[in-house]
Write a protein that binds this ligand. Sequence first.
Ligand SMILES: CC(C)(COP(=O)(O)OP(=O)(O)OC[C@H]1O[C@@H](n2cnc3c(N)ncnc32)[C@H](O)[C@@H]1OP(=O)(O)O)[C@@H](O)C(=O)NCCC(=O)NCCS
Length: 205
Amino acid sequence: MWNPVWMLLSGTLDDGTVTLRPIVPDDGPAVLDALSNDPSVARWTRVPWPYTRAHLEEFLHAVTVWHAGTSDLALGIVDHETQAFLGCIGLHRIGLSRSPRSAFLPDEVGYWVSKEARGRGVATSALQLLARFGLCDLGRPRLNLQTKVGNAPSAAVARRVGFRFVARVPATDVDDDDSDHDRFVLTAADLLDVEPSAVVSPSVP
Ligand SMILES: CC(C)(COP(=O)(O)OP(=O)(O)OC[C@H]1O[C@@H](n2cnc3c(N)ncnc32)[C@H](O)[C@@H]1OP(=O)(O)O)[C@@H](O)C(=O)NCCC(=O)NCCS
């Protein structure tokens, strides 16, 4: 049966500022460079620190498995003009139910932007694009997002896209993590503009 996740596995999302497209092995050097030189990503996410080549190999393998099974989307955020690599954004456990053994909630988004590209709306643009795709094109009823308590920039990004704060959960309720988390949700009704994204283009051979 046709799966709408395939739309993005063979295409891109674009808003004229950033482009989102599937992570490929050629992104490896940019991912390694960003994550091995910046502990702030590990501080606020589940990315390990220090980040090594072995972690990169593990990630690229996971991406292959995720995309083959259409369970998760791992996307590179690149500059619309130059195609320079700016960061990563993912949608995880797509359409699956809650699993006590999974670090991710169903339909959970996560992202990071490389140090040099921060503070100019990259994460906001990327989250807006992926949220619209998840809700309008994939038809997911709600998207989940979790920030570690104190991650003000990420909470600002979430709120700006329309995510609503729903709960602060103690570390004991978060799988595979020892920090308290703030949980946010987004539904199609929360989006200011719920037009289906007109930006999926089958451009990747
Ligand atoms: C969080 C992160 C993705 C934001 O990326 P970015 O491209 O710089 O984000 P944007 O430029 O779109 O927006 C940043 C927002 O944070 C706000 N911000 C920045 N520093 C802040 C601070 N110290 N306190 C409060 N808000 C802050 C900015 O004002 C902006 O909000 P606004 O658009 O309402 O003005 C980036 O900092 C990052 O990768 N951090 C490490 C990994 C991480 O935290 N990932 C998210 C895990 S949930």
